[in-house]
Write a protein that binds this ligand. Structure first.
Ligand SMILES: *Cc1c(COP(=O)(O)O)cnc(C)c1O
Length: 391
């Protein structure tokens, strides 16, 4: 493909020209069922009319003014997101990494205010928080850090889904100020922790006066069957980051904060030229409204259940399929052998899937997927797995 693009991605040999709902078409007009939603971005599917209308209407009014002035759509979006999340205020950026950068800066300021010179943030192995220098340093994956030393200091990595490991760090380090965690690790292999993991983290954070910072960039916006994944646990973190599906493809990121954490970044301490611009905020408002009007969040739980159940039925006799799990429409299938070649094979058959952590098939289908599309997804995927694992 184009030699004028830096080769930072291993791209598949396909180019899409248009899409509708769960479908994408390539330039030869071949149709693909998108079971990845552009990596958890297009939760409303492709070219949703509500998103299209919001873009058209807002672009006739105003696309960008500047954060030097008031922005009405940003105020409205912040109010709605705070109501839905239980948070108090929001900083808007344009991506997940930027949302996490804001969270990390909040944690640093929080530490300094307590006289901690070198504040430490507890992060998890196999986590993913972004590709900027601070967020890749927070990320628990050596491959993502490879080549970019010196890393940003102030992060300590411990195993995911392990409360004891947090307790040990807290005993050994008096300078811990925050814990940053994904409710379900996405890039790390759709790792779903114990159902009370976040509750226990909440308790530890309260007890030790740490900020509980939840990276909901992949799990948020209805993906797991709640608006935010931490809502399964009936808790409130101190900081929550969002991006991916918030704009259904229009870039927007958000760092939501509550209580003390919401007071730490003041005038001049942080900023973003494009962050929270009228267009992105108008689209995000349309996304929030559509999730409600089409009842997509509750149905995500049922649909995820259905896909998992059907896949389990079809693959239960296959010894190379070791686990199938889901929370809402965030679905992982573990294969006992590396299965990256399933991705191009599925593509040939008109299905877009992803493999993370070499052996985990990750499905993040649009929340608008219907029963017939679920059947098709399951049929193509299960027969492909059967065929490939029998060789
Ligand atoms: C995708 C992702 C990010 C990074 O978001 P970008 O928009 O690519 O910067 C951070 N955290 C999690 C959990 C993600 O899935």
């Amino acid at each position: 493909m184009s030699s004028h693009i830096m080769p930072t991605y291993g791209r598949l040999d396909v180019t899409f020209s248009h899409g509708k709902g769960v479908w994408l078409w390539d330039k030869n007009n071949k149709r693909y069922l998108d079971a990845l939603s552009g990596i958890g971005v297009c939760n409303l599917g492709h070219t949703h009319p509500a998103v299209h209308d919001a873009i058209c209407m807002q672009s006739e009014m105003l696309i960008h003014s500047s954060n030097l002035y008031g922005i009405a759509t940003q105020e409205t979006l912040a109010k709605q997101l705070c109501q839905k999340s239980g948070m108090d205020n929001i900083f808007f950026g344009n991506s997940g990494a930027e949302a996490n950068e804001a969270a990390i800066k909040i944690a640093r300021v929080y530490g300094h205010q307590q006289g901690i010179e070198k504040p430490l943030i507890i992060v998890m192995e196999k986590s993913f928080h972004g590709r900027t220098m601070a967020t890749l340093s927070a990320t628990g994956n050596p491959k993502i850090q490879q080549g970019f030393t010196p890393l940003v200091e102030g992060f300590i990595h411990i195993p995911f889904n392990n409360i004891k490991a947090i307790e040990t760090v807290l005993v050994e380090n008096k300078n811990c100020v925050a814990i940053l965690v994904e409710p379900i690790q996405g890039e790390g292999g759709v790792n779903i922790p114990a159902s009370d993991y976040l509750n226990k983290i909440r308790n530890l954070c309260t007890q030790h006066q740490l900020l509980m910072m939840v990276d909901e960039i992949q799990t948020g916006i209805g993906r797991t069957g709640q608006f935010l994944a931490y809502q399964h646990n009936n808790i409130l973190p101190d900081v929550c980051t969002l991006a991916k599906a918030l704009g259904n493809g229009i870039p927007i990121g958000a760092c939501l904060a509550r209580g003390k954490a919401s007071t730490l970044l003041t005038a001049g301490m942080h900023g973003s030229t494009f962050g929270g611009n009228p267009l992105a905020c108008k689209v995000a408002l349309a996304v929030l409204e559509t999730l409600d009007t089409e009842n997509l969040i509750t149905s995500a739980q049922e649909k995820g259940q259905k896909i998992t159940q059907l896949l389990t039925e079809k693959l239960q006799n296959n010894p190379k399929v070791s686990n199938i799990r889901h929370q809402g429409l965030m679905i992982g299938l573990d294969i006992t052998v590396p299965c990256m070649d399933l991705v191009p094979l599925a593509l040939q058959q008109g299905l877009l899937i992803n493999v993370t952590n070499e052996k985990t098939i990750r499905l993040l289908p649009p929340l608008v997927i219907d029963d017939a599309q679920i059947e098709l997804l399951v049929t193509i995927l299960s027969s492909l797995i059967q065929k490939q694992t029998q060789q």
